[in-house]
Write a protein that binds this ligand. Structure first.
Ligand code: FEO
Length: 398
């Protein structure tokens, strides 16, 4: 794939990773692959904004060579230390040994601890600028969006924001721009990205967007370092981020569970029928056969969460524990929740679930529903009613 002109004298020189199916180790499924976006800015001085995963270094370098001799690169702007963006700095510095790496103080410390290189480094902070000739790069620190080193780069002349991971999506495509791809797929992947990567930092997301708005920066294009570039309607993703950061969601329900001898599953399905009878859309995921990243993505736009587990060894099934841990880490906002499950003698699963959901910051809206051994028809009716009441609480939210 050749370099792609993004704007006059600004080129996409990144790589498309069609085959990656897991990100951050195995924590985040990437069914549609991803891209590592690097941008080459050719002015009196030449700057490369971010690089690509090290396994795609040669692809990036070939693209750069189609535009300029890589030895002419003066600056490598490192918006973020994580290796999917910094992984080819070493390779490009072999071809551009006089280039200066530019990033935050945390970026400098992070790169040194990742690559142990003795590189020329220019530390920048919010408000600092770097003149390239016709263009001036402005830097805006964005700590914990999503690492301490994270930074946005802005180019006033082009009204272009380069926010690295912010506003990205794991979406491999032969297309580069938002007006060229399916909007539903684009927003689905953008939401999954937010839920799995940025959700715990929602307060900071809101603050950073407000900070940019107060600065009055004109933004005609947002070019993240993963996925598709927002040029047709960059405010579409900004509006979505503000909504997700506030914890706004649709009046829908999610049932996430695992079962041992089908009793908890029978409860789950009776609850599903009860919720559905109230006209509330509900989706059911059995944990061992479902993808965690997909469940988390679905939860982003869902108001209510029911979590169920059979009891084993006084606690939840081992298949349920990682999901609860994810909830405690991601801390989804403004969710209504409740626990349910079957048991034989002691019923510790629901207590474990409730503790985790509370710790995740969710509002428990009903006492846990439990059934001893196998639910009979009366108990299934109670589960159905429990689902109905849960749906009514969802509908009553603003
Ligand atoms: Fe795409 Fe935080 O790296």
């Amino acid at each position: 794939m050749p370099p792609v002109k993004v704007l006059e004298n600004i080129f996409w020189v990144g790589a498309v990773d069609w085959n990656i199916r897991h990100f951050h180790g195995f924590t985040y499924s990437t069914h549609r692959g991803t891209t590592y976006n690097a941008y080459l800015i050719v002015d009196k001085k030449v700057a490369l904004v971010d690089t690509v995963h090290h396994s795609f270094a040669s692809e990036m370098i070939e693209k750069i060579k189609e535009v300029i001799d890589p030895s002419k690169i003066d600056y490598i702007i490192a918006n973020h230390v994580e290796s999917d963006h910094s992984g080819s700095i070493k390779e490009i510095l072999k071809l551009a040994p006089n280039a200066t790496v530019v990033g935050t103080a945390n970026c400098k410390a992070g790169l040194e601890k990742h690559y142990f290189g003795n590189w020329k480094f220019q530390t920048v902070k919010t408000g600092d600028t770097l003149n390239l000739g016709e263009r001036t790069l402005s830097f805006l620190e964005a700590p914990m969006l999503h690492w301490p080193d994270s930074m946005f780069t802005y180019i006033e002349k082009d009204a272009l924001l380069l926010p690295n991971d912010g506003f990205g999506q794991h979406l491999a495509s032969s297309k580069r721009f938002d007006d060229e791809v399916d909007q539903n797929i684009l927003m689905e992947e953008a939401a999954k990205y937010y839920a799995n990567i940025l959700w715990p930092f929602s307060t900071l997301v809101t603050r950073k967007i407000e900070e940019v708005q107060k600065l009055g920066l004109k933004i005609d294009m947002i070019a993240p370092s993963h996925g598709i570039i927002w040029r047709k309607d960059p405010m579409k993703i900004v509006t979505a981020y503000l909504r997700w950061a506030k914890g706004e969601a649709e009046k829908k329900a999610l049932i996430v569970y695992d079962t041992m001898w089908d009793s908890t599953e029978k409860m789950a399905k009776a609850m599903l029928d009860g919720i559905s009878s109230e006209g509330v859309e509900v989706t059911l995921f059995r944990l061992p056969v479902s993808d965690n990243g997909d469940i988390i993505a679905a939860l982003l736009e869902t108001k209510g969460l029911l979590v169920g587990s059979a009891t084993i060894n006084n606690g939840v099934l081992p298949t349920v524990a990682p999901f609860l841990r994810e909830m405690e880490g991601l801390r989804p906002r403004n969710k209504l929740a409740a626990a349910f499950g079957s048991y034989g003698w002691g019923g510790g699963a629901v207590a474990t679930i409730e503790k985790a959901l509370k710790s995740a910051g969710m509002e428990l809206v009903a006492p846990a529903m439990t059934v001893k051994w196998v639910p009979d028809s009366n108990e299934l009716q109670k589960c159905y009613e429990y689902g109905r009441e849960f749906a009514k609480k969802i509908k009553a939210t603003e």
